[in-house]
Design a protein around this ligand. Sequence first.
Ligand SMILES: CC(=O)N[C@H]1[C@H]([C@H](O)[C@H](O)CO)O[C@](O)(C(=O)O)C[C@@H]1O
Length: 313
Amino acid sequence: MFRITSTRLLAVKDNVASEAVTLILARGGSRGVKLKNLQTVGGKSLLSYAINAARAAHLRDVTVSTDHPLIALEALRSWYKTVLQLKSADKLNKFHVENEIFVLDKAKIFRRSKVTATDCAPSIWGALEFLASRPNATVLVLLQATSPFTRPSSVRGALSLLVESESLDCVFSVTRSHKLRWHEVNGKIVPQNFKTDSRPRRQDWEGELLETGGFYITRRNIVEQGYFQNNKRRTPDYCAFINVHRKMCAYGLDKLPVDQPLRTVTVQIEERVLEEIFREPTTSTTCVAHSPGMPKSIGWEIFKREDLLPYHF
Ligand SMILES: CC(=O)N[C@H]1[C@H]([C@H](O)[C@H](O)CO)O[C@](O)(C(=O)O)C[C@@H]1O
């Protein structure tokens, strides 16, 4: 498992990273939640979180691919908070079209075709359609708007990891889980990742990696073969995994605190606590909860929420 550090972030070779293109797929016809990409969390649309993450990660070439005018408008609004106030025709005339992509300064909107925006179309179709218009791109960064907590530093770090390591074909976001899974077989429940007579203890088990869906960074040749990930071998030889914030995985979108201000300070503290426990699972709970700069109540709140009590001592 790789950890992204700020030193690594500084080491990004901009010339290589510049061959990377970032894509946010945001179709209008989402079935489960209508116009899902425009739904808000903490007062901001899911799409704007993805755009902001891309901008904060200093990704140079970011495109939103959509088949829906409101989504295109929201993409522009997120790029330029004032775009809705652009009343002068002069400003609007600055739009131009390049290879099917509407460009307004740095904001790019790709007109997604109906075929790649249907219910049964997988993301890879949208990615392939877009890449066809970008023959010089060697790396695709796919950001999913359904993960509003994707951290810019994770994306930037993941991209540098890929561009620095020729042997890597893809880097995508995962989280580590120690949950015991069961599945149903003919009306009976059967343990899936453990045996009932030897239940793993958290501290003796490295857990499992769960794909969070936050981002997928893949070399062009792999995408052209129809995949975001290759399955040649396990990490770190071909795929690398970034441990991203557990929250993305632990909370479904439906459980997010919709339209309530996000407590970002808590998120950072939470990450510190969890990292500490992953690094040293035998650390005492009291020790972590009382570490310098850690408000006591928050420490305990995190343990409770993450089911680390009473299992973590
Ligand atoms: C890159 C990719 O395959 N994206 C797919 C994601 C991820 O599989 C999921 O986010 C992983 O958690 O799921 C969907 O959004 C979904 O099921 O509606 C479809 C989308 O095509």
